[in-house]
Design a protein around this ligand. Sequence first.
Ligand code: UT7
Length: 328
Amino acid sequence: MSSLPIGIIGTGAYLPETVLTNQYLEKLVDTSDQWIRERTGIRERRVASPEEDVATMGEAAARQALENSGIAWEDLDYLIAASNTFNYMYPATAIRIQHGLGLDDKLAAFDLQAGCSGFNYALYVAENMIKNKGGYALVIGTDANTRMLDFTDRGTCILFGDGAGAVVIGPTDRSRLVASFVASSYNGKLYLKNEFTELNSPFLPKPALTGNFMYMDGPEIFKFAVRAVQESLRRILAQAGMSREEIDFLIIHQANYRILETGARFAKMPMEKVYVNVDRYGNTSAASIPIALHEALIEGKIQKNHKVVLISFGAGVTWAATVLEWLS
Ligand code: UT7
């Protein structure tokens, strides 16, 4: 096995072309551009076209990550797709992406569902697989949230958007995964769920036809999210043996600008070190962290020797963090 550290070698992102503005949402529900900006910081988000879905978006992000990594595609051993809005239970979104990339038979692909923390979870799994067995992995976060929203519910439909992000990880001198943890907990008070409606089983009572929409208790999720940011930073710094002053940049799950701001304040980190693109894309769930990481690298916000923390939280509930050192 390689003596190089395991790190992120290349990144990619894909955002659908169609822009959904706050002004358009004003036509659908009783809301206003001003309310959405003040309470969430979101100006617009993207919507996948009828021809697109989590697999096509994930594939586009994966192609870019592979190109940026410079590794030979045949060297990939694993492909993990983190998503909450897959079209099919099977074939897995990951296997559809594998097929789209022309890598049938060449690697093992599987899905992972952990709410908006899915990308951090997938990164954690891939890193440990590579530590044990060697090789390279594609880790993708992809979500088509607008397919799961109730566009008559102003509490949820204003928040979410569609998109995908991807990274290639493996032995490299470009970056180093320093520390990571994943965590989860059932909390009966917190409410963010999407129920499958079983229509055809002769063994179950016939359910009402409600559609598989997302429901949530916004204010409760907000409180959970800001505490998750604070606790995640405390825990990951302790694990990495680092102080907050050593952290150059923070990528927090882009759910709401006020969550970024309050979470950063609770975690005693200045907003100048926090990446923000929630204004342009809204909450893209499992895609949010890899899209933000890709953009932060392109914009030169992450530079050589920077130590970066990726913090996510999401439905389930789940939370997770990773410390990454950018080496070159
Ligand atoms: O990945 C995690 C996913 N989930 C989240 O990140 C959600 C976290 N929570 C939030 O971001 C916020 O709780 C929301 C943005 C969802 C809501 O903001 P809030 O400041 O917590 O508002 P609220 O739910 O406490 O509602 C305040 C008022 C209510 O009206 P009344 O009862 O005071 O008359 C709501 O009905 O705002 C009303 N309201 C709206 N008004 C205009 C709720 N949504 C809207 C809306 N437009 N879209």
